[in-house]
Ligand binder design. Structure first.
Ligand code: C2O
Length: 546
């Protein structure tokens, strides 16, 4: 196994998209940031230097970080932010994971422009569970705002309303050639006729699930979230922010140019979203050249309608583990956690400018009616490690405080979230089941729920209220998929299981970033195990303090 050393210089960079130039934070001046390429078993040492004007941290999305929670990255959870002028070196090892992950800033909305791919190939000498493709390509889907994204979220937090939607989706940082402004920068993926390529697709968008298609070509899905899956074919992918999907594509069409396209899957009714389409081009090397100055007219795929929940569900329920999975049984901790949005009544006398959600309210979000507030003077991991009191409480409820028709039309007064830093404690080795239940208060939405430090099995999902009497029979205990981000269906539920075998403090949150700011999160504290190899390592000497 190798150790890979990288320098990430976070800096203010002038970037031009859609004919507008904006100063945004980047890593090493690149958008997207550098692609990291490693083999399973390798270690990474990444020195992050903050030369920008705002705080930053970097999260290695999906990396298990076994005993290295200090390197996980979410601000105020495992570390304090790296302040302007500061630096921090992340050190961790990839162990037992193969496929595609990614990295992104985990501080406010900095990840809008601070993100990149993490490609994990099999160990030297090991092979893929499919014929090794000669060519690979990485496709990172993103979102671009003509405004500074940090201003967009600050404004939303000030006013209590929703943030402006993005001005374009992007593929590897480029909106693509449906925009006159960015035509010349459209990403080209070259292929030879007859070959099969491995494409690694990552949804790094801030707030939008995305459909993804290539005209006239089929995908064979072989992996997701750095775990292999039982191969299946589909013509369309749907990824929630945080999710990755590895696909094989056979170049079996007449030599030509074909659009690769991504567009929103907006499950919520009446919620504003970016309805533009981003494109790249799959180009056969023997395709006839485009006429000089003219268009080469790539073939356009027909994408599902923005609200096509049936297609999204068919896709997300097609995943299986390749073999019989090691699903935990004899559950020790059985939790039922609601996840959803809400509206908080504005306090008497609050200025109208701070109550811009419907009927003089502010948007909020919660899990089990707790709207999660990040600490500001310590990270939860530091406070836990040093025994500092007053930073968090350990009374996050294992069940909702009141039971009601979660996906029905119920009065808001039933559900006025408490803003607080409540965490849930797990003992090392406990087998955990969580029923995630979406709620429809204020609006129903699909929530990509991401757990740090773990992969979990998704046993089942469905619509409406979860019913233990009938829904346990739907559990797949044989070959459920192993993921780090579950698409909680709109107005529905999903059941996940994992073994708490990684000590540390791990945030679980909706990966639509605006929902994090509103509080759709909680944190698990997992104790050390009895063996030295199961204990949290000592904090690094350069760990940022608040
Ligand atoms: Cu992809 Cu908490 O992050």
């Amino acid at each position: 196994a190798k150790t890979h050393y990288h320098d990430f210089v976070v800096q203010e960079t002038k970037v031009t998209r859609l004919c507008k130039t904006q100063t945004v934070m980047t890593v090493n001046g690149q958008l997207p940031g550098p692609t990291l390429e490693v083999n399973n078993g390798d270690s990474l040492v990444i020195n992050v230097v903050n030369r920008a004007k705002d705080n930053v941290t970097i999260h290695w999305h999906g990396v298990r970080q076994i005993t290295t929670a200090w390197a996980d990255g979410p601000e105020f959870v495992t570390q304090c932010p790296i302040k302007p002028g500061g630096s921090y070196t992340y050190r961790f090892t990839i162990s037992g994971q193969e496929g595609t992950l990614w990295w992104h800033a985990h501080s406010s909305w900095v990840r809008a422009t601070v993100y990149g791919a993490l490609v994990i190939r099999p160990k030297e000498g090991d092979s893929y569970p499919f014929p090794k493709p000669k060519r690979e390509s990485v496709v990172v889907l993103g979102e671009w705002w003509n405004a500074n994204p940090l201003d967009v979220i600050r404004q939303a937090m000030r006013t209590g309303g929703g943030p402006n939607t993005s001005d374009a989706f992007t593929i590897n940082g480029q909106p693509g050639d449906l925009y006159n402004c960015s035509k010349k920068d459209t990403v080209i993926v070259p292929v030879d006729s007859g070959e099969t390529i491995l494409m690694r697709v990552i949804n790094a968008a801030l707030n939008q699930q995305l459909f993804y298609k290539i005209a006239n070509h089929q995908f064979t899905v072989v992996g997701a979230d750095a775990s292999y899956v039982k191969p299946f074919t589909t013509s369309v992918l749907m990824l929630g922010p945080g999710q990755t999907t590895d696909v094989l594509i056979k170049a079996d069409q007449p030599p030509a140019r074909y659009y690769i396209a991504g567009r929103a899957y907006a499950s919520a009714q009446g919620v504003p979203f970016d309805n533009t389409t981003t494109t790249a081009i799959l180009e056969y090397k023997t395709a006839p050249c485009p006429a000089k100055g003219g268009s080469s007219n790539p073939v356009m795929p027909s994408l599902p309608a923005y609200n096509d929940t049936a297609t999204a569900t068919t896709f997300s329920t097609s995943f299986r583990s390749p073999k019989k999975a090691n699903v935990p049984t004899d559950i020790d901790v059985n939790m039922f956690i609601t996840a959803g949005l809400g509206l908080l009544q504005c306090p008497q006398g609050a200025p109208a400018s701070t109550c811009q959600a419907p009927n003089r309210t502010r948007f909020t979000a919660s899990m089990n009616n707790v709207s999660f507030v990040l600490p500001s003077n310590f990270s939860i991991l530091q406070a836990h490690h040093l025994g500092v009191p007053g930073v968090f409480t350990t009374d996050f409820p294992a069940n909702p405080p009141v039971t009601f028709d979660y996906t029905g039309n119920v009065p808001r007064s039933l559900w006025q979230p408490i803003r607080s830093t409540k965490v849930y404690k797990l003992k090392y080795g406990e087998k955990v089941q969580i029923v995630l239940q979406g709620t429809n208060i204020s609006t129903a939405e699909n929530h990509p729920i991401h757990l740090h430090g773990y992969d979990f099995y998704i046993l089942a999902e469905g619509f409406g209220n979860y019913n233990p009497a009938t829904d346990t029979s739907k559990f797949n205990l044989v070959d459920p998929p192993l993921r780090n981000t579950a698409s909680l269906p709109v107005g529905g539920w999903a059941v996940i299981r994992f073994v708490a075998d990684n000590p540390g403090t791990w945030i679980m949150h909706c990966h639509l970033d605006v929902h994090i700011g509103w509080g759709l999160a909680t944190v698990f504290i997992v104790d050390d195990g009895p063996e030295l190899s199961q204990k949290l390592q000592k904090p690094p000497a350069d760990l940022p303090v608040c």
